[in-house]
Design a protein around this ligand. Structure first.
Ligand code: 13P
Length: 252
């Protein structure tokens, strides 16, 4: 059975003082031998602070993006090698905000996945349809296109070293969570798409749900057979909410 994974995505939020208060509140409850894989993905300037606070704890940390390139004339980029120096275990790639606001294509997202694996970091590869795509009945076609780009770039066998996150764009930051049945349907489809290439890998790869996960709906989502945890935005900024979501994962 796959164990649960709970990852906070702080997005463009945080301050030195606020980060410290939030992480200290999490550390009061989450033990060193945390049986749930748990992490926070923070803005890169805070990585040193977060490492200092979380080293040796039951909470890992990571970044929200990385460069496809290792080094050179790429102003503004941060490489996987640099993230490793700050102890990052995870990096989010292909988040819908990167895709829609910063123009990242399926190929760029897949290239970032490859770069993360080369650096030894666990990528969290995000996929998901927009509301218009769902209403047009093309959810599965969109998910297939996004997953296939990854399968082409990296191949199925290595995917067990990474994480997939299904984040329907219409559920992100909107308070409109996918129903547990909608999440399950999409995530079973994603697993099947990988399974057509490699059944064993498909069975072992964690697939998270993201999009308005909160204390009130986490347990129901995590009860679904293909929902292996959550990628949490807004609720990861509130200690009590994030802890309640972690507890829901712990209880599974
Ligand atoms: P919210 O939990 O704020 O909807 O954000 C989800 C998300 O985008 C996590 O990556």
């Amino acid at each position: 059975m796959r164990s649960k994974v709970v990852v906070g995505n702080w997005k463009l939020n945080g301050s030195l003082a606020g980060n410290e208060a939030l992480l200290k509140a999490l550390l009061r409850e989450i033990p060193r031998d945390n049986p749930v894989a748990c992490a926070v993905c923070v803005p890169s300037p805070y990585l040193a602070q977060v490492r200092a606070l979380l080293e040796g704890s039951g909470i890992a940390w990571g970044a929200q993006d990385l460069s496809r390139f290792d080094q050179g004339a790429y102003t503004g980029e941060v490489s996987g090698r640099m993230l490793v120096e700050f102890g990052c275990r995870y990096v989010i790639v292909g988040h819908s905000e990167r895709r829609s606001i910063f123009g990242e294509t399926d190929e760029v997202a897949a290239g970032k996945y490859v770069a993360a694996r080369k650096a030894g970091i666990t990528p969290i590869f995000c996929v998901g349809e927009t509301l218009a795509e769902r209403e047009a009945g093309s959810t599965q076609a969109v998910l297939a296109r996004q997953v296939d780009a990854l399968l082409r770039a990296y191949g199925a066998p290595g995917l067990e070293r990474g994480v997939i996150a299904y984040e329907p764009v219409w559920a992100i930051g909107t308070g409109r969570t996918a129903t547990a049945a909608q999440a399950e349907e999409a995530q079973a489809f994603i697993r099947g798409r990988i399974g057509a290439k490699d059944k064993a890998v498909a069975e072992s790869v964690p697939i998270l749900y993201g999009g308005s996960v909160k204390a009130a709906n986490a347990a129901e989502l995590f009860a679904m057979p293909d929902v292996d945890g959550g990628l949490i935005g807004g609720a990861s900024l509130v200690a009590e909410e994030f802890l309640a979501i972690w507890r829901a994962a712990l209880a599974r």
